[in-house]
Each structure stands twice: as C-alpha cells, then as structure tokens.
Write a protein that binds this ligand. Structure first.
Ligand code: CUK
Ligand code: CUA
Length: 679
C-alpha cells in the first residue's frame, strides 16, 4: 500500500485542517449563529453535559447548545419506555465470536447471541446441550472456544429476509454456525473439512438452498502440510455450497459440495437473484499467487499481492454445479464432495472476469441485474451487467488463466464505473435506486445513483457523509435483499478515536446511525459504541418479520431437538433420583423458588446424569442452575429442559443454586450436591 493510500489517523494535522475547512464551508453556507453552535458542540466534548435537574426542554437545548439537527436526531432515536424498535440489526463481533442484536433506531443493545464462544449467562458451553453444538465445531477433534465472525446472513425466501434463521462464518477456523430465530440460540456449527481459513461467507441463495463460504488464505485441500514453494501446485481455493435443510433447521454436510479453484484468495461473495438467480459471485485477491517470506527475501504480502492491476471476479453457475454433483462428477475429499477445476471448466460452471485491483466487497443489486465490485485500491466502484456476462459466455471468446479457467473480456461485461473516493469497500442499496458504499480511507459513506432501470440520472456520485472513523461495512435496512427498505443505514466504523470517554487504550468500535430517508441529504443521527468485539458485516431486518417465542411452546422443551424431551419432568412432585450401579440419574424441576430435589448425594467417581426442567409458563421466568467447582452453569428459560452429564470425580460439599434473581426468595432457591469420598 502506498503512503497516500494508508488510512489517515483522523487526528493528524491534515485531517484537522480539512475538518476545519469543512466547518468553514458549513459556516459560510449557514447563518453565523448556527455555525458557532456547531463549533460549540465540538468543544462540548470536554464540557459537562448533564443539564440542571428540572430544566425545561428549551433550557436543556440552550444549556447544552444543541443545534436543530441535534434535537431532530435525538427525537428520531429516542425510544420511550415500553415502545419497541422498528428494526433489528444482527452484527458480527469479529474475534469476539458472537452475534449482537441492536434495536433501531434507538441503537439499544438487545442481545448477545452466544455462537462460537462459551457464554455462561446463556448457559452456553457450561454443561448443557450447547456443549454438543460447540463440539460440532471442533478442529480435527480439538475443541475451539473462539471464532472470528464476519458475515451474518439471515435466511431468505424469494430474496427477502424471512426471519427464520441466521448464519455466520468463522474466518479463523473455517466454520459456519446456524442460529434458530425462534429462540435465538445456536443450533449447529459445521467445520469445513477442506479449508482452514475462510472469508467469503456467509451469503445465502435467494431461497436459502445453500449457504456460501470460501477460503481466504488457501491451504492444500484439507490443510495438510506442503511447503510454500509448492503453492501453485498444491494449495487450492475452495468455493463451498453448504446445503441447508429448513425443516430440520440444519446444514446437511452430506448434501453440500465445493468447487476447487486456483489458490487465489477469495474475498466477499454474493448470490445472484432475479435474472441472476442460480449464480454466485466471489471476489479474489492475490491472483499474483504470492506467498509470504520476508526473512527469505520475499516482498511483504501487502506489496506482493498488489502488483497486478486486475484480479478476478469468480462467476459460478451453482444450479449447474448442483446437477454436476447429482451426476456424480465429483470427488470425495476429506469426506466432502468436491468438483475439480477441470470438471468445473468442462461443464462451464466457473468463469473469471478481470476486476480492478484488490477488490473487497461484491454486492448484487436488488433486482439481480448488476454486480457491484468495490476495489479498495481503486477509487471507483465497478458495475458488471449480468446480461452482458451471459452474452460474453455465449460469445465464447475467452482467455484462460494458467489453470485453464475461462476469463471473460472485462469491457464486454462492464456496465459502468463510478468514481466515489478513496478505499471503497462495501455497498448497500435503498428503495430509491441509490447505492451506498463505504469509503475506508476517506472515512465517509458515498451515496450514488444506480443507472436504469433504477434511475434516469444513474451511475453518478450524489453526496458523501463523513463518518468517525475508518468505516468497514455498512448496513441499510434490508439493504442487500430484493426489496431494500431505505430509511436507515449503520456505518460500522473500525476506529472511534475521540468519540467516547477514554477507558484505556483498547477503544470500542463506533456504529453510527444514519438517516437515508428520501429527498434529503443523509444525516448522522447517533453514535453507538460497540464494546464487545469488532463488528464486520451486519444485516438489518424489519422486526415484524421475526416470530420469536416468548416461552418455549411446551413444558419440557429441548431446544436442541425443538421438541419435548422424554426426560422432562412435567409436574412438581414427579422429581426423583435413581441409582444404577455407578450411575446416578436425577430428574429435577425448577420453579419459583425451589430446585427439586434439593439434596443429591453421590459417591466419588459416580457418573451423574441430571435432567432439569424449568416448569414455569410465565414470560421471563428464567432460572439458572449453577454448580460451583464443577464448571457447570445452565440457563433454563420457561419450559426448557437440559441434561447434564459428568463424573463426580471431586469429593466434597457443593451448594447449587439459581443464578437468575427470579423472585423475592431467589436466594433460597438452592440445594446441596454431596460427593462422598472413596474410602
Ligand atoms: S470484511 Cu471486515 S470490513 Cu470480513 Cu466483510 Cu470488509
Ligand atoms: Cu430461580 Cu432464582
């Protein structure tokens, strides 16, 4: 990366000058008092902001020197007590390994969904059935307790979010998780056996037939050892299509498949829709096929991977790939169906199109007619026409890369290039025919007009809004679906620098809410610090689409099977303890304010199987079950049954208790687990 293209720290001198100039322009345009009020609100960072108790609205506005824009922003985002947000935003947390759910426009954090990282409050990874979910994501038999989550993907029906499931990828370990949005719990983690590191996932096909996932940093298939001087021959990229069974709510690895590619690094992906349904698109970088090796005298990867002016957009006909697999033209590698490069070429299901230098995001327009690529080292977005791609395929005039994959002529597939600014990354859409692209180096959101059939005044930049700072992804309401809603957009900024109270050198990210309503310039409404991990992508859904349970449908519900558990205890008085040789099995219940049975005595070395059912039917009457010393903690939501299995290998006296303050006599909700030492 050249010096000029490095992200500028927002606090450096050049930025400060340009900000002052920005304020100067505003001051000239606006009336003098308005400009001084704006400057006042900048200085306000250091001033005490708490208004006098009992002050009127006018007094508060005056004392805090709020501008009319500030007041509008406050009124648009304020959520009175008891009122619900209209939208829900699901965002990744990067190497936090979980998913966040925020309400919009209030930007209130509503939930952290435990996905790849154990989370005690949700009883996730502390003895109950979620342990099996986490184990499903083991790496060659080794448990993993974190992930680098990047791209949440809501399930879709006809290209619109249906509110049923959420998928999210793990870049670090090559995994995908499935979350059921009836109870907002993670149900499955699958490990991709062909790759180690990935990035181009999760993206779903318009009816969620498949969840897309591809490598980022290639390895030999399955991650076996091969020295780096065999990169071209042995290392491979993998475009994966995970089959999703909506009825079961699970990915089916046996019905999934992958397509082998050269060891280009794959970046983001998107699935076609409308006319392009049945196709998928992946960006790539490092078509130079460079490998690291600074100590061996090789150039650093940031130099080596940016030599060529063009990389390759991968264009995949997945409907055809599906037929090729059905016809048996695949190999089993690591127990996974793989279409080899030669087969993919022969069958005409994989094409490349040159794309400008080191692209990052690829986003299909709402009608499925264009593919927008943003190249982080190119100030333009490049727009390809799906129709033109099809014509170029039909015309059959291809170059080939060194692996024999056809390359379609760039000019023949190109619809437009729009210059937006420095460091374009990701693009979203609204209902007015506008696209929104994040500009990492400019720290701005660019609003630009799509061409026909979206708008007459198409393919041009409309305006830019500064954000704070170094924006990565952005998310508009249903902004990557067939029917974007417009209204709001959230900028997921990587750096917050000076926006929040300083709490040590690890700073939060800054999610900024932006009004993208029609017929007016974009306006910044709200800064929301993200103190849990680093969101990359996010999706925003209309809240009404989600039909979550308030209590489990029946008493004794097992959230793993989504049905009544045969070991559930349905009534108080039916709890019991049985001993069979060295096994002690307990059927227990929890209710306000008892854990029954409340004394369990076993012998050291006994195997303990402990079924626990929360028999409550009242909303929010969750009970916890904590067993200190044994690393056990469950969260039992109303109606839920969980089963613990462990060996009582530590003699002693262990109180167990409820961890949720559920009633006035919550502290009395306890018992003793006694493990009698061997003599
Ligand atoms: S990536 Cu993070 S800012 Cu993984 Cu989608 Cu672009
Ligand atoms: Cu149940 Cu506290």
């Amino acid at each position: 990366m050249s010096e000029q293209l490095r992200p500028k720290p927002p606090y450096d001198r050049s930025r400060r000058v340009s900000r002052r100039r920005f304020l100067g322009v505003l001051g000239a345009a606006a009336s003098l008092p308005a400009a001084s009020a704006l400057l006042g609100s900048c200085n306000a960072l250091q001033r005490k902001e708490t208004p006098k108790l009992g002050a009127s609205a006018e007094e508060i506005i005056k004392q805090r020197q709020l501008t009319p824009e500030d007041v509008t922003a406050a009124l648009m985002t304020y959520m009175p007590s008891g009122k619900y947000d209209e939208y829900l935003m699901f965002s990744s947390t990067g190497h936090g390994g979980q998913v966040l759910v925020h309400g919009l426009p209030s930007m209130r954090l509503l939930k952290v969904i435990a996905v790849f990282t154990p989370e005690p409050w949700q009883g996730y990874g502390y003895g109950g059935s979620p342990n099996r979910v986490l184990e499903g994501g083991s790496f060659r038999g080794r448990p993993l307790t974190w992930a680098d989550t990047h791209h949440p993907a809501l399930s879709e029906t006809n290209g619109e979010y249906d509110g049923q499931f959420l998928f999210i990828n793990d870049k670090a370990n090559g995994r995908v998780a499935v979350i059921d949005l009836r109870d907002f719990e993670t149900k499955q983690i699958v490990k991709n056996p062909l790759l180690v590191n990935e990035h181009g996932g999760c993206f779903v096909t318009p009816n969620t037939e498949y969840v897309l996932e591809a490598d980022q940093y290639p390895v030999p298939l399955g991650g076996e050892y091969a020295p780096l001087n065999q990169y071209k021959e042995k290392y491979r990229g993998v475009l994966t299509f995970w089959k999703f069974d909506r009825q079961q709510g699970r990915i089916v690895p046996e019905e999934s498949f992958a397509i082998e590619t050269p060891p280009y690094w794959h970046d983001l992906a998107d699935a076609g829709k409308g006319p392009s349904e049945g196709w998928a698109f992946w960006n790539s970088i490092n078509t130079e096929l460079a490998v690291p090796g600074i100590l061996e005298g090789r150039p650093a990867m940031e130099m080596a991977t940016t030599q060529r002016d063009m990389d390759y957009l991968h264009v995949v006909n997945w409907r055809k790939a599906e037929q090729v697999v059905a016809a048996g033209k695949y190999e089993e590698v690591q127990g996974f169906k793989l279409i080899r490069i030669e087969t993919a070429v022969e069958e005409g299901l994989l094409y490349l199109i040159p794309e400008p230098k080191s692209p990052h995001g690829v986003d299909v327009t709402p009608r499925g007619d264009y593919i927008v690529v943003a190249g982080k080292l190119d100030p333009h977005v490049t727009v390809y026409s799906f129709e033109k791609i099809q014509q170029a395929i039909a015309a059959g005039q291809f170059d080939h890369d060194e692996y024999g994959i056809p390359i379609l002529p760039f000019e023949q597939c190109l619809e437009a290039q729009v210059e937006l600014g420095l460091g374009p990354l990701h693009t979203q859409f609204d209902d007015q025919g506008y696209a929104y692209t994040s500009l990492f180096l400019d720290s701005a959101v660019a609003r630009w007009a799509l061409g026909k059939p979206y708008r007459e005044d198409g393919w041009k930049l409309v305006e830019k809004l500064p954000v704070h700072y170094n924006i990565g992804h952005l998310a508009a309401v249903e902004g990557d679906t067939a029917k974007p809603a417009g209204t709001f957009l959230v900028a997921h900024n990587k750096w917050s620098v000076d926006r929040f109270s300083l709490l040590g050198p690890l700073l939060p990210q800054n999610a900024q809410l932006i009004d993208i309503g029609p017929d007016r310039p974009m306006r910044l409404l709200y800064d929301s610090p993200i103190g849990i991990g680093e969101p990359h992508y996010a999706q925003i859904i209309k809240a009404e689409r989600i039909k979550a349970w308030d209590v489990y449908p029946e008493v004794g519900w097992n959230p793993e099977t989504q049905s009544v558990d045969p070991n559930a205890v349905l009534k108080v008085g039916e709890e019991r303890i049985e001993r069979r040789g060295k096994t002690v099995e307990i059927w227990g219940v929890l209710l306000r304010s008892q854990i029954r049975p409340d004394v369990v005595e076993v012998e050291e070395g006994d195997e303990v199987i402990w079924h626990l059912t929360n028999i409550e039917r009242a909303k929010d009457a969750t009970h916890g079950f904590a067993l200190g010393g044994y690393n056990i903690n469950l969260s039992l939501e109303p109606g839920e049954t969980q089963t613990l299995r462990f060996v009582a290998d530590m003699p002693g006296t262990f109180p167990f208790y409820c961890t949720e303050f559920c009633s006035a006599l919550h502290l009395e909700m306890m018992g003793y687990f006694l493990v009698k030492p061997k003599r």
